[in-house]
Design a protein around this ligand. Structure first.
Ligand code: NAD
Ligand code: ZN
Length: 245
């Protein structure tokens, strides 16, 4: 971690008028939830073409539920890590106005952030594809997969966005509103390859927002947006921004 850059980033956050964060799977890796891309990523085990598209879910729900069940078992025990806590602290200090997350693990809310925009939906709710009833995940047994709607026996699907599905309208509108308002974005633990989420930093940069990126490795944003790049684990870097705050 480059101390000088961290101090520069902290000063920029301190002097910002409307800072927001965009987070991805990387922020939750240290809570034990694997990301999709990267060496430990889920996509090394599960081919996205077979598991990540809504068409693959509908074609073979039992197979895709096999992966989902594994993810739920991991998410059930996951706790926020110091990176999540630091973002909650920045919000309490009045330094951070919103978190836009691509994650579906609920860890920002658990850490105490109040304004969280869940761009890809929420994993703790299952929705019936036949009658639209919604159920908290803990009310539904995953003993037999795929789980079916207790009311109509329709297929249940996590209320998350698969490839090929639209972003929930409210989240889309709120996220782009924030990207239009902000003067600083903390982009944390995202490979910035999934659209339209990856458009948000470009939108912010188009009106001269500062983009600070925290990641283990450079991404496409690093050079295209000339981000202030802080290399290292989010759980070590974000708490430093609080300390310096
Ligand atoms: P991604 O898997 O494409 O990329 C993860 C990024 O995080 C990589 O750039 C990696 O270098 C970085 N990273 C890994 N560990 C890190 C750490 N400790 N500190 C900082 N950076 C770290 O993730 P994405 O860009 O969010 O896109 C994947 C999609 O998958 C998202 O849409 C998300 O909805 C979904 N997803 C969610 C979860 C979750 O809810 N926790 C988990 C896996 C995937
Ligand atoms: Zn139903």
């Amino acid at each position: 971690m480059c101390e000088e850059r961290v101090r520069k980033a902290a000063a920029l956050v301190r002097s910002s008028r409307h800072a927001i964060a965009l987070t991805g799977a990387g922020i939750s890796v240290e809570s034990g939830i694997p990301a999709f891309r990267g060496t430990q990523g889920l996509w090394n085990k599960y081919d996205p073409a077979e598991y990540a598209y809504i068409s693959s879910f509908l074609a073979n729900p039992r197979k895709v539920w096999g992966m989902l069940k594994e993810l739920y078992q991991i998410m059930e025990n996951a706790l926020p890590n110091p990176a999540h806590h630091a973002l909650a602290e920045l919000e309490k200090m009045g330094r951070l106005k919103a978190v836009i997350t691509q994650n579906v693990d609920g860890l920002h809310e658990k850490a105490g952030n109040e304004r969280v925009i869940e761009f890809h939906g929420r994993g703790d709710i299952l929705v019936c594809l036949s009658c639209s009833a919604q159920y908290p995940i803990e009310k539904i047994s995953l003993g037999t997969i795929p789980p079916l709607c207790p009311r109509c026996q329709g297929l249940l699907k996590p209320d998350v966005v698969f490839f090929g599905e639209p972003i929930p309208r409210f989240a889309l509108e709120e996220a782009f509103k924030e990207a239009g308002l902000c003067d600083l974005v903390l982009v944390v633990g995202t490979s910035a390859q999934v659209y339209p989420a990856a458009e948000l930093p470009y939108q912010a940069a188009s009106h001269r927002s500062t983009i600070i990126e925290i990641n283990l490795e450079e991404t496409e944003l690093t050079h295209s947006l000339k981000t202030l790049f802080l290399q290292g684990p989010a759980s070590q870097i974000l708490p430093r921004l609080v300390e310096e705050g």
